[in-house]
Design a protein around this ligand. Structure first.
Ligand code: PGA
Length: 246
């Protein structure tokens, strides 16, 4: 399966910084053996739609509304994202679950909205440190994925899944390749029980992935790519992760 490396820029960037970062990323795309995308803040999607069209770098968003349209001040719909060439949309990132109280049901509905608009949702699941220490990792990620499976039925094989242990995000701590592989294997089995096409779902690892640890993580059987935060803001670091994905 072709691997997928996705940069999550979070709330970073500016018109000038984005221009410089994209120019550096697009320098040698023929060398890429994997699919690559960047998920940008909503106001920059128009800028990136223009600069990425026709390139090998795909465009992603970081969130979308559960609603289709109407009186929802501040929200951005799936159809709007689609107009700007958005191919992927992160849903249920732990920062949204934590700071914006997104429930498993909300995340599942967002995935459904994305799929209905022809956008691939990158569904994030992951346990907190307290949950890991209490031995609840499997139970938590399975519950989070089950809600998405329940709402999306056989379309589940169209999603991208990302396992992001909350304690590893932005902390410099990563799950070991074996720890990550174990959870990916559990998630794969859950997908297989839900769909006969589960083997085509790419399961990304996220949480302090960087140039130094990417290769060992990406060598695991069920790790099909990465969701990269901090290291996605520097072209050289991001490109070495891309180079490790083949
Ligand atoms: P990080 O973030 O790479 O900075 O840990 C990953 C993410 O939150 O998607």
């Amino acid at each position: 399966m072709k691997k997928l490396i996705v940069g999550n820029w979070k709330m970073n960037g500016s018109l000038d910084a984005n221009t410089a970062l994209v120019a550096a990323l697009l320098q040698d795309t023929q060398a890429w053996a994997c699919d690559v995308a960047v998920c940008a803040p909503a106001p920059y999607l128009a800028q990136l739609h223009t600069s990425l069209t026709g390139s090998r770098l795909d465009l992603g968003a970081q969130d979308l509304s559960v609603h289709e349209s109407g009186a929802y001040t501040g929200e951005v719909s799936a159809a709007m994202l689609k107009e700007f060439g958005v191919r992927y949309c992160i849903v249920g990132h732990s920062e949204r679950r934590q700071y914006h109280q997104e429930s498993d049901t909300t995340v599942a509905l967002k995935a459904q909205r994305a799929l209905a608009a022809g956008i691939t949702p990158i569904v994030c699941v992951g346990e907190t440190l307290a949950q890991r220490e209490a031995g609840q990792t499997e139970e938590v990620v399975k519950r989070q994925l089950a809600a998405v499976v329940h709402a999306n039925g056989h379309c589940i094989s169209e999603i991208v899944l990302a396992y992001e242990p909350v304690w590893a995000i932005g902390t410099g701590k990563t799950a070991s390749p074996e720890e990550a592989q174990h959870v990916h294997h559990v998630l794969r089995a859950q997908l297989q029980a839900a769909s006969q096409h589960a083997d085509r779902v790419r399961i990304l690892y996220g949480g302090s992935m960087n140039a130094g640890n990417a290769q060992a993580l990406l060598a695991q059987a069920d790790i099909d790519g990465g969701l990269i935060g901090g290291a996605a803001l520097q072209a050289a670091a991001f490109l070495s992760i891309v180079a490790a994905a083949h």
